[in-house]
Ligand binder design. Structure first.
Ligand SMILES: [Zn+2]
Ligand SMILES: [Zn+2]
Length: 172
């Protein structure tokens, strides 16, 4: 298995603490694993990998990464992507230990940020969410008032309305 990113499990720091998990950041709407981010700092920051600029890019673990570089990551190309997981729960499977994935839904000025476990983070990046995961995420997005289409615009070639995967994707 060769992936462009390696996700390290963070140490269980402060394992006994309370009050951190699921906390909304910067005034976003509170929901475990999913939130609207109101005042993102410097949304036009260039891609952290290729430095291309001009659009607000998605942020993976807080790093702006353009679509081309995301594609490369999903293909296992380029610099490995090494991040520590955070103490949140995956929006899809509720597993603790997540990476943030921030994206701009179509027609929305405000980005949505979700917490994803390493497995679902990689699946989303590679557009390989299984049907159950896709539905779970759709449901959560709808509670924030977003349609799946707004978020999965780039994924339309890969998923149909029911979340079926349309294209065979090579196994790692
Ligand atoms: Zn880039
Ligand atoms: Zn998950």
């Amino acid at each position: 298995m060769r992936l462009g990113q390696r996700l390290l499990s963070g140490p269980p720091r402060g394992a006994g603490e309370t009050g951190e998990v699921g906390r909304s950041i910067r005034g976003g709407q509170a929901m475990e694993g999913l939130r609207v981010v109101k005042d993102l700092l410097a949304p036009q920051t260039p891609c952290s990998r290729c430095q291309s600029a001009g659009c607000p890019w998605d942020r993976l673990a807080g790093q702006p990464i353009c679509p081309d570089c995301q594609e490369a990551l999903a293909q296992g190309e380029g610099e490995p992507f090494i991040v520590r997981t955070e103490r949140h729960r995956c929006v899809i499977c509720q597993q603790p230990g997540t990476v943030r994935y921030l994206t701009y839904p179509l027609h929305s000025a405000e980005p949505v940020e979700m917490d994803l476990c390493p497995r679902h983070f990689q699946a989303l990046l590679a557009r390989r969410l299984d049907r159950h995961a896709y539905h779970q995420l759709s449901r959560q997005l709808q509670t924030l008032g977003f349609s799946t289409r707004q978020v999965f615009l780039l994924h339309e070639a890969f998923y149909d309305e029911q979340g079926h995967s349309l294209q065979p994707v090579p196994e790692w």
